[in-house]
Design a protein around this ligand. Structure first.
Ligand SMILES: NC(=O)c1ccc[n+]([C@@H]2O[C@H](COP(=O)([O-])OP(=O)(O)OC[C@H]3O[C@@H](n4cnc5c(N)ncnc54)[C@H](O)[C@@H]3O)[C@@H](O)[C@H]2O)c1
Length: 447
């Protein structure tokens, strides 16, 4: 099948490459000339495990190409996927300017019978708006479809090729049939193709992200409460997670969710509801809880140093919003860096792949260390923000030997506090019992 992906970012590049690898002829189109030049040189503009090899294999097989030329990319396509960004607007709603521009630029070149699919996460009703924008500029007949994307950065290729399900929203069965044929290599009995109305498909994506964000904010709230009442969130997780109605997934406490999807999608759905006169109390709380959670390590630093952080050096391991990506959009690490700079602390950072993106934001206001232990030199505390595997496996005695004081604040609960204490390290996680030892003391004395 001849396919064009409009927008060659995390979604467009990964899904386009996977479609090409399944034997389709794929053109990836972007307005960013430098991105397309990079791809045509064989370089990959984002970090995504396995993507470089898959791109070069499919470029060599002439199934995958990159361009900025709409006329060339659209005219021969049977299916056009819109995969452009839908960032948050100033009022929390989704900004559709990239979607509109993609629709208007493709319109004059569309061939009759093309299926125009919106893969970007868009507010309910957007696919109909896209149809309207295109129809103003062409008389060609075409199909519209919504096909929300569920891939996760860091494991995007596996997610795309082994989806839990593929969801499409259509008005006409012909469009659903073509898309089912396209997705056939990735489907199985347990990985179904689910076809529904366009509005329902648009709502599926927001609902899915909002459920996941809610789970994260919920467990973070429970973890914060555990710290106050002398309970341990790890024990609580075990106690609830084995209940098959609850499970463990997305119930890992931490420093809050970030990335390009959850924060903006929670706010966008609230905004959509508001436009219909409906107040989404749960979603607003989820967002508020998450915003506060991003400051939880800074609060712990303030508590630890009696609010005296000016001039102290703090090391940070992990800048990306999650492991296996260089994406720093809405990353909790940025909130911590901002707090520390505001209060006059010195910041030394490390991340295996996201450092260049952070450098573009902070320049020489913080120190970038190519080697993770180097960040600890002279630091009075080490904060762990992203659960990269190399931080799980790090030699913490070696790290602490370089520090002025062996203090580790772990925003991802990577370690057992007792083992850290045995190494002579002052260790705090999120919602862990060690922090309330003094509360348990009287009980032990009575026994
Ligand atoms: N990143 C994820 O993990 C993920 C997962 C599922 C869904 N989504 C959704 O998919 C959409 C895309 O996300 P992303 O992370 O891939 O975005 P991105 O910012 O990485 O990529 C978007 C690309 O679109 C290009 N673009 C903008 N306007 C254009 C136009 N008129 N014509 C051609 N190209 C244009 C940009 O230059 C950019 O390269 C968003 O709606 C997002 O919410 C993202």
């Amino acid at each position: 099948m001849k396919i064009t992906m409009i927008g060659t970012g995390y979604v467009g590049l990964v899904s386009g490459t996977c479609f090409a690898n399944a034997g389709n002829e794929v053109t990836c189109l972007d307005v960013d000339q430098s991105k397309i030049d990079m791809l045509n040189r064989g370089d990959i503009p984002i970090y995504e495990p396995g993507l470089e090899e898959l791109v070069s294999k499919n470029v060599a097989a002439t199934r995958l190409r990159f361009t900025t030329d709409y006329a060339q990319a659209i005219a021969s396509a049977q299916v056009v996927f819109i995969c452009v960004g839908t960032p948050q607007d100033h009022d929390g709603s989704a900004d559709l300017k990239f979607v509109r521009s993609a629709a208007e630029q493709m319109a004059p070149h569309l061939a009759s019978g093309t299926v125009v699919v919106c893969k970007s996460t868009v507010p309910i009703g957007t696919n109909r708006q896209v149809r309207g924008w295109i129809e103003k500029l062409t008389e060609t007949t075409f199909y519209s479809a919504s096909n929300p994307e569920f891939l996760k950065e860091g494991v995007a290729i596996d997610d795309f090729t082994h989806p839990d399900r593929v969801v499409v929203g259509v008005d006409e069965q012909a469009a659903a049939d073509l898309l089912e044929e396209l997705y056939q290599p990735f489907l199985s009995d347990s990985q179904p193709f689910i076809s529904m109305g366009i509005e329902s498909a648009e709502m599926v994506k927001y609902t899915a992200n909002c459920v996941l964000a809610t789970k994260i904010s919920f467990i973070n709230e429970m973890a914060n409460l555990c710290e106050l009442i002398g309970a341990d969130i790890n024990d609580v997780r075990q106690g609830i997670g084995h209940d098959q109605r609850i499970g463990f997934s997305f119930f890992q406490p931490g420093v809050g969710y970030g990335g390009s999807c959850f924060p903006k999608d929670v706010r966008a759905l609230s905004s959509i509801a508001g436009q219909h006169g409906f107040n989404t109390r749960i979603l607003k709380s989820v967002d508020e809880t998450n915003t506060q959670q991003k400051s939880v390590l800074f609060q712990k630093l303030l508590d630890h140093f009696d609010c005296d952080l000016a001039g102290r050096t703090v090391a940070i391991w992990g800048l990306a919003f999650k492991p296996e990506t260089d994406d720093i959009r809405e990353a909790p690490a940025l909130v911590l860096i901002d707090h520390l700079l505001d209060i006059g602390a010195k910041v030394r950072v490390h991340d295996p792949v996201a450092m260049e993106n952070v450098k573009a934001l902070y320049g020489d206001r913080i120190a970038y260390c190519q080697e993770q232990y180097e960040t600890c030199q002279g630091a009075e505390a080490l904060c762990i923000l992203t659960e990269w595997d190399q931080y799980r496996k790090a030699n913490y005695q070696a790290a602490c030997s370089l520090m002025k004081s062996p203090v580790i604040l772990d925003g991802r609960n990577l370690f057992d506090p007792e083992s850290m204490a045995a190494l002579g390290i002052e260790y705090e996680g999120i919602g862990l019992l060690k922090q309330v030892k003094e509360i348990r003391q009287p009980v032990q004395q009575i026994q």
